[in-house]
Ligand binder design. Structure first.
Ligand SMILES: NC(=O)c1ccc[n+]([C@@H]2O[C@H](COP(=O)([O-])OP(=O)(O)OC[C@H]3O[C@@H](n4cnc5c(N)ncnc54)[C@H](O)[C@@H]3O)[C@@H](O)[C@H]2O)c1
Ligand SMILES: [Zn+2]
Length: 359
């Protein structure tokens, strides 16, 4: 098992990563002073697979465990579901000495984290992420949120977990499409931040696709390290943390416009990265060879590289309404070669022209 500490002063915490770590959850919570009443928040699909192991481990360490299930899917990451969770936290008698465990993907982690941040003005919480996306991205960094009818993640808080426990063996039950979508985020770290890591992904692609546990532990660890180092320098996303959005500016817009269910997030990010690489090429930040290399690795992992047909006017409009654009200027992340990046200010029109998409 690997241990990584996220250094955030009094909000510091450990990320534990390994294969078969779930049964040790209770002990690791206890070691961090967490014991008493605990609510495990999950969804039916994940609970069916892993809730019993988690419950047993927590109970063995002397906890009184309540399982709270939220319905499956992003459409339930909202205030109505959150209210049902509060009801059950009160019903189960959780107090300020109690804590929450989020067991599931990013939807469960974001909502359970926000519940923990707000219930009784904040009680401790532990992330047990079970999707690749959640293990390499959403469980680390302390962003918690629910959606609003007007937009995703509009209501939330920065609230750090007390512990993140990752069991890479949980990935073996993940639907293939979700696993591959998570690999898009993994590739993102390589392209934007770490050439050696990118080379490792190229070299070990077969073992990754076979879900070799040692190999997965290594790549999840490296992604968490890279994200942790960024979060440590910019906990509240005032600057540097933007580099984690590599591939996401166009990716998000394409995800929104492609229509519900057409592309999963990671697939849209894959397309967003190809377009970002092309924009970087046009801006002189990377070579034709770098672009081909990115396309090749995405293809190797079964990710799409070609954008679906989208009305360019609507795409420009969506880019400008993105909460990260300011007065018509988009802070766009270009890759400098592979393994480094640079922030460039562009208009939506420049962005679309440089990416090779017709305006
Ligand atoms: N907080 C952050 O920093 C951050 C970063 C990125 C994304 N997010 C959020 O994360 C969410 C997406 O997360 P996601 O991609 O994990 O999706 P998800 O939570 O919807 O999980 C995807 C699917 O996999 C299933 N599942 C989860 N683990 C499983 C397992 N081990 N075996 C079998 N099935 C399993 C789930 O039931 C679900 O159907 C979005 O709401 C997004 O806004 C947050
Ligand atoms: Zn993402």
């Amino acid at each position: 098992m690997s241990v990584l500490t996220v250094n955030l002063g009094e909000n510091s915490y450990d990320i534990l990563i390994g294969g078969g770590t779930l049964p040790s959850l209770g002990r690791h919570c206890l070691e961090r002073g967490l014991s008493g009443r605990v609510a495990v928040i999950s969804n039916p699909a994940v609970a069916e697979l892993y809730a019993e192991q988690v419950r047993a481990s927590l109970a063995e360490s002397g906890n009184q465990v309540t399982l709270i299930l939220i319905p499956e899917g992003e459409e339930h990451k909202n205030a109505a579901t959150l209210n049902l969770v509060y009801d059950q936290l009160i019903q189960a008698g959780l107090d300020r000495n109690s804590y929450i465990v989020a067991l599931g993907g990013g939807v469960v982690g974001d909502l359970a984290g926000f519940a923990a941040a707000t219930f009784l003005r904040g009680i401790p919480f532990v992330q047990v992420p079970t999707t690749l996306l959640a293990q390499v991205d959403s469980s680390v960094g302390g962003k918690t949120a629910i959606d609003h009818p007007r937009g995703k993640n509009l209501i939330g808080a920065f609230y750090q977990p007390r512990l993140v426990l990752i069991d890479v063996e949980t990935l073996t039950t993940l639907p293939q499409r979700e696993f591959r979508a998570g690999l898009a985020e993994v590739i993102k770290y390589g392209v934007a931040m770490d050439l050696a890591f990118y080379e490792l992904l190229e070299r070990d692609s077969a073992r990754i696709l076979e879900m070799d546990a040692d190999c997965l532990e290594r790549i999840v660890l490296r992604c968490c390290e890279l994200k942790a180092r960024v979060v440590e320098q910019d906990e509240k996303e005032s600057g540097l943390r933007a580099i984690l959005n590599y591939g996401h500016t166009l990716g998000h817009a394409i995800e929104t416009l492609a229509g519900y269910g057409t592309l999963v997030h990671g697939e849209a990010v894959a397309i967003g990265m190809v377009l970002a690489a092309r924009i970087s090429l046009a801006g002189g930040y990377c070579s034709e060879g770098d672009v081909s290399r990115i396309v090749a690795l995405l293809g190797r992992f079964g990710l799409p590289c070609i954008p679906p047909r989208i009305d360019q006017g609507r795409l420009a409009e969506t880019l400008l309404t993105d909460k990260k654009s300011r007065s018509g200027i988009i802070r766009f992340i270009c890759n400098r070669g592979i393994g480094d990046c640079v922030v460039v200010n562009l208009t939506a029109e420049q962005l679309l022209t440089l990416s090779g998409l017709e305006v």
